[in-house]
Design a protein around this ligand. Structure first.
Ligand code: CA
Length: 120
């Protein structure tokens, strides 16, 4: 668990930089996400804290605000949601396909999600 926490802290810093870089005139309107990304929100209906993942990022632990706390998501890329039962041997996964979305996900796998990866 110590390793995971250290990784999350490092990733959170990196994610903060990505979010700043992504803000600008071309930033997507609330409730939409850029082509090629899977975007997660802490609230239902694409509200609250948000974070987007791209398949090129590889395996990434979701930021603390979204850990076990995804209220909605939109996928414009394929990927895999992961819930670790025991790192690194036991995990529960959900395949995500380009075009998938859920306005309400906290009552399902969104309440358990720990990471996103290109493949399950
Ligand atoms: Ca979990």
């Amino acid at each position: 668990m110590k390793t995971t926490r250290t990784r999350i802290a490092t990733l959170t810093t990196a994610i903060g930089l990505v979010l700043v870089a992504g803000a600008g005139p071309a930033a997507a309107a609330p409730g939409s996400s850029r082509a090629g990304d899977i975007c997660l929100w802490s609230g239902r209906n694409y509200t609250g804290a948000s974070w987007c993942w791209n398949p090129g990022n590889g395996y990434v632990d979701v930021p603390p605000a979204l850990h076990d706390n995804v209220g909605s998501f939109q996928a414009h890329a394929s990927g895999c949601f992961i819930n670790w039962i025991q790192v690194p041997t036991r995990k529960e996964t959900r395949v995500v396909r380009n075009g998938d979305y859920r306005r309400v996900y906290d009552n399902d796998f969104g309440g358990r999600i720990d990471a996103v990866a290109p493949r399950c």
